[in-house]
Design a protein. Structure first.
Length: 428
C-alpha cells in the first residue's frame, strides 16, 4: 500500500500558537479577564455548535449566510460552528432570564470560525472577548458598557490619542428613516448600504441610494446625517431631529462619559452603523488611530429584541466583542506588546548524574513547593551541554546539582544573564 503523506501546515485562515505566541495571547486574555471581573461580570461558555438558523435569522447577510460554516448532523439538522457570540448568549440567557437576578453581567473569551477570506487582522478562526449586560434598559447600562470598553483599552497603557470611541444610535437612524418615510424593506437595505459609507466614493454612494428609489433631497439628507461630526452639527443640518428622544439620550450619554474623564476618547460618528440586523439602540466602535492600521478594532451596541427568535419575551441587552487579531495588531503597531522572555523566570535543573535521579527530582519538587518554576532535565547530561541548552532556550537560572554538590550537601543556582552563582545548603 502506498504511504500517505499529509501536510503539516495549518488549515488556511487558522494559526498554530507556539509557546511564545501563546504567551502574548494569554497576556491579552488575562488583562481582559481582570477588567471584566473588576466590573462584577461573571464568565460563561456556550457550545461551539449551534442550530444554524439562529445566525441566519439575525446575524446579517455576510456572517449569517456567506461566512457561516454549516454542516448536517446524522439526523439531517443544519448545524453551524459559531461565527459570533451574541445569538448564542441570547439563547442561553433566554433559558434562565426569568429566574435570574437582574442585571446579568456576563463575559466569555473563546474561539469562532467564519468562512471568509483571510487577510491582515482577519482569520477564519479567531478569538473574542464578549461582554454583555442583560435586564437593564436604562442608559446607565449603555454608560457602563462604554466605560468598560474604554477601560479594556487603557489596561494596556496605550499612548495618548492611539484610539477613539465612535458612538451612534440606531434610534437616531430610525428617526432619520421616519423623516424619509421609508418602508421596512428599504430600511434594512439602506442600513446595510450606510454601513459601507466610508468605503464608497460619493458618486458610488449617491448612485446606490438613488437606485433604491429615493429622491435627491432624501439622498442629501442621508449624506448630511452621515457627515455630521457632533450632535450640534447633526441638528443644525437636520433640525427636524432636535426634539427627538434619541438626540437627548445621545447628548446625555456623551456628557456622562465626559464627566467621568473619558472625553478625550469620544467622538460622535453617525457613519458608525454596525451591520448586524439585531441592533436597536446604542451602537459604537473603537478605532485604532495608527496611520498603518487606521481601522475599527471592535464594537457593539444594544440588541433588546434578539431573544424573541427563541420564543422568549424580549429582554434588554447591550454588549460588545473584541477580536484578538485586530487587538494584537493594535498592541504591536504602538509597540506595547510585552517584551518578557518566556523562560526568564524559569529554573532549569539538569540531571548531571545517573545516581542522583531521585535526589534531583526531590530537589525540583522542593523548589516548586517554594513557588519556583522548574524545568526538570529528563536525560543525564554534562554540565556544558546543560548550560548550552539553558542559554539557547533563554532560561533565567540553572540549578547545578552533581556529585560534588551532593557530597557537600548543597546545590548551586547560576544566573544565566549575570553569571553569578549562589550556593544553597541542601541534603536529600
Amino acid at each position: 500500500m502506498k504511504k500517505i503523506i499529509l501536510s503539516n501546515q495549518e488549515v488556511k485562515g487558522t494559526k498554530d500558537w507556539l509557546p511564545e505566541e501563546f504567551f502574548i495571547r494569554d497576556y491579552i486574555f488575562s488583562n481582559w479577564k481582570q477588567i471584566c471581573l473588576s466590573y462584577g461580570f461573571s464568565q460563561y461558555l456556550t457550545p461551539i455548535l449551534e442550530n444554524a438558523d439562529i445566525y441566519r435569522a439575525k446575524s446579517g447577510e455576510d456572517i449569517g449566510i456567506k461566512e457561516l460554516m454549516v454542516f448536517k448532523d446524522q439526523a439531517g439538522r443544519d448545524l453551524a460552528i459559531r461565527p459570533e457570540m451574541t445569538p448564542s448568549i441570547s439563547r442561553l440567557v433566554s433559558k434562565i432570564y426569568s429566574s435570574s437576578p437582574k442585571p446579568l453581567k456576563l463575559f466569555s473569551i473563546t474561539n469562532f470560525i467564519r468562512n471568509e477570506r483571510p487577510q491582515r487582522g482577519r482569520n477564519r478562526e479567531f478569538w473574542q472577548l464578549n461582554c454583555d449586560i442583560f435586564g437593564e434598559d436604562g442608559t446607565l447600562s449603555d454608560l457602563e458598557t462604554l466605560q468598560l470598553a474604554i477601560d479594556l483599552m487603557l489596561i494596556f497603557n496605550p499612548p495618548k490619542n492611539s484610539f477613539v470611541l465612535k458612538i451612534n444610535s440606531r434610534k437616531l437612524i430610525d428617526d432619520l428613516f421616519d423623516l424619509l418615510n421609508l418602508g421596512e424593506d428599504k430600511k434594512i437595505s439602506l442600513t446595510r448600504l450606510m454601513d459601507k459609507y466610508e468605503k464608497l466614493s460619493d458618486e458610488e454612494f449617491y448612485k446606490a441610494v438613488m437606485d433604491m428609489g429615493l429622491k435627491m433631497d432624501d439622498t442629501n439628507r442621508i449624506d448630511s446625517f452621515l457627515r455630521a461630526d457632533s450632535i450640534d452639527d447633526l441638528v443644525e443640518k437636520l433640525p427636524e431631529l432636535l426634539d427627538k428622544e434619541s438626540v437627548k439620550e445621545m447628548r446625555a450619554l456623551i456628557k456622562q462619559l465626559s464627566d467621568l474623564g473619558y472625553q478625550e476618547y469620544l467622538l460622535f460618528s453617525p457613519s458608525v452603523i454596525r451591520g448586524f440586523d439585531y441592533y436597536d439602540g446604542l451602537i459604537f466602535e473603537i478605532f485604532d488611530n495608527h496611520p498603518e492600521n487606521n481601522r475599527a478594532m471592535f464594537g457593539g451596541g444594544r440588541y433588546n429584541g434578539l431573544a424573541e427568535i427563541f420564543g422568549s419575551k424580549s429582554f434588554p441587552a447591550v454588549g460588545f466583542a473584541i477580536g484578538d487579531e485586530t487587538f494584537r495588531i493594535f498592541l504591536e503597531s504602538w509597540d506595547i506588546l510585552p517584551k518578557t522572555n518566556l523562560y526568564e523566570n524559569t529554573y532549569f535543573l539538569p540531571l548531571l548524574s545517573e545516581s542522583l535521579i531521585n535526589q534531583s527530582f526531590s530537589l525540583s519538587k522542593e523548589l516548586r513547593a517554594k513557588g519556583e518554576k522548574v524545568e526538570m532535565g529528563l536525560d543525564v547530561t554534562k554540565i556544558g551541554k546543560a548550560l548550552e541548552y539553558a542559554n539557547k532556550k533563554g532560561v533565567g537560572k540553572i540549578v547545578i546539582f552533581g556529585e560534588d554538590e551532593f557530597a557537600k550537601k548543597c546545590y548551586k543556582i547560576k544566573d544565566m544573564k549575570s553569571g553569578e552563582e549562589q550556593i544553597v545548603s541542601w541534603s536529600f
